[in-house]
Design a protein around this ligand. Sequence first.
Ligand code: ASP
Length: 289
Amino acid sequence: MVLAHGGAANDPAVSDGCQAACQAALAALADGAGALDAAVAAVVVLEDDERMNAGTGSTLRLDGSIQTDASVMDARGFGAVAGLEGIKNPVRVARAVYQTPHRLVVGRGARELALRLALAEADLSTARAREKHAARMATLGGGVFAALWQDVPEVFWKKAAQAGGACDTVGAVVRAADGTFAAAASTGGIWCALPGRVGDVPIPGAGIEVGDAGAVVATGVGEVIWREHLCARVHQAMMRGVPAQRAVDQAIADITRSHPDVDVGLLAVDRTGGGAAVTREMPWARAER
Ligand code: ASP
């Protein structure tokens, strides 16, 4: 079983891209790939889909730059990159980190690793992302940096939600026929972020978690997801026997109570099924052979 999403607060109309990602993962499994490489295959499709905030089409930072974070995880290991610039498929670099003795490689080192592995470079900015950036900057007028320093997070995220949502990142969870689980996630980060800001995606237990009970990925405001250890909490619930759908529903209900103005979405797969839940809306798809 494969589930893929195109980001909390993104338009559910782009769910066809998530379905294409699920199909890529199923094709990889049919070709003999393990759960981890199937999850990577799904996320590569989503990174290449410019309607999503990952890889091509990533959200611009406050200074107009693009920096990406990505991670991959299974029950045996983890690999992630953060602050990576100019590489077409950040999830492939995270997959490469998984094979090193390290867990998280950032910035220049991540880019050098990608170039050493001959992974494709790309200008990830699109006209659509640039227009969105300009429109969002306009809603905050000249006060973007002032808003960052002066607003308490609740006020800041409320403004972000009113300006069209902060998120649109991508992720996938996989259960292979042999019962193994994996997850992968990739993002340009939230909008209105300082260069160098890192969210939940490359942090195990925050934006991604895989263990014996299943696999979980999150999307939404990374600062909140990280603080709440959201994916770890969902996985812990599944370890206690709570089914994936109920586990993600419960986590979203908790977030809605504690952070009513924040967009968050979750996908999870367990031994018997899968589930998705979101505070507002999120494109996602599920597929099974
Ligand atoms: N969680 C991502 C981050 O905070 C953003 C997203 O989900 O769209 O970097």
